[in-house]
Design a protein around this ligand. Structure first.
Ligand code: NAP
Length: 271
């Protein structure tokens, strides 16, 4: 998708050198990224002279738009992002992408190093198992797929529409794949698609597991409350969970675990 700027150029008063308090670029696509934009644009202590731009990859057809200025589409790798940081005179960069958006996080670290723009990673903590959980931790979707035939036949896939190919050869199993937009082929032969956007309640998750007679849940360790209820429902119903561990974040980048910590960091980072 070509890059698009839904809010046009920065307002005059918000341009560098015109009384602006800083330009913050948030790499988004998560609940936390939207909350950070809201906190900076409309929250208590919001500085109207600060320019806040959120960047979305453009994967979701109708994304929930954050407050402030929004641009949509890739930058063209780390070099493209570095160019953008310079051209837009960005003072602080927050990588608030999903913990599995590995490429974008690496590009952010490289672009920050190349330009000297301070970078913070906003990462919600991962999930941890509780008593009664039957979790199988794996390093990749491919490893998850390899485990499934030994665990059950009716699989609830909540790993996102982009990873379906990893399960495509498992034609003896039945899949229920939940995603915001329809998943792209290749897909397993027996796949029902459930189009839905979180957050999901515990009642909703219990109902999905029961109605579809799910005997294995597959998820990434996304963390956060919005999609955690499926783990509780699985525990209650004795359903094993195959959970894909997070990729290692780029080294040397400070991490905030919540929006308040990110706001506090920005107050010191010149953004
Ligand atoms: P990725 O593999 O790390 O990134 C691939 C490419 O997509 C990047 O190189 C970049 O293109 C572009 N991109 C990614 N995030 C972007 C952003 N916020 N703004 C502008 N361009 C972006 O990313 P992904 O895993 O496909 O995730 C894409 C988006 O979906 C992210 O914003 C992420 O927060 C969100 N998301 C991902 C997951 C997941 O499980 N991976 C789950 C929920 C939401 P260029 O190199 O051209 O700049």
């Amino acid at each position: 998708m070509p890059a698009a700027d839904t809010a046009g150029p920065p307002p005059e008063g918000a341009r560098p050198g015109a009384g602006r308090a800083g330009h913050v670029l948030i790499l988004g696509g998560t609940t936390e990224a939207r909350r950070l934009a809201a906190a900076l644009v409309t929250g208590p202590g919001a500085d109207p002279a600060r320019l806040v731009t959120s960047s979305l990859a453009g994967r979701v057809a109708e994304p929930r738009l954050p407050a402030g200025r929004v641009r949509i589409g890739g930058f063209g790798g780390a070099a493209g992002l570095a160019d953008w940081l310079r051209a837009e005179r960005v003072d602080a960069l927050v990588d608030a992408t999903h913990p599995f958006a590995e490429v974008m996080s690496r590009n952010a670290a490289e672009a920050a190093a190349a330009t000297g723009v301070p970078l913070l990673a906003l990462r919600r903590p991962g999930w941890t198992p509780a008593a009664g959980d039957r979790w199988y931790e794996v390093a990749s979707l491919a490893e998850a797929a390899a485990l499934l035939p030994g665990l059950g036949r009716r699989i609830f896939l909540t790993t996102g529409r982009q990873g379906m190919a990893a399960f495509a050869g498992l034609d003896a199993l039945h899949f229920l794949a939940r995603s915001v937009d329809p998943p792209a082929p290749p897909m397993p032969a027996h796949t029902d698609v459930l189009l839905a956007r979180g957050p999901f309640t515990l009642d909703e998750e219990r109902a999905v597991l029961r109605e579809h007679r799910i005997d294995v849940l597959v998820t990434k360790d996304s963390g956060g409350a919005a999609t955690a209820a499926k783990l509780t429902a699985a525990r209650e119903l004795g359903v094993p969970v195959v959970i894909v561990r997070r990729p290692e974040p780029p080294g040397g980048v400070p991490v905030a675990e919540d929006v308040a910590a990110a706001v506090a960091w920005l107050a010191t980072a010149g953004g």
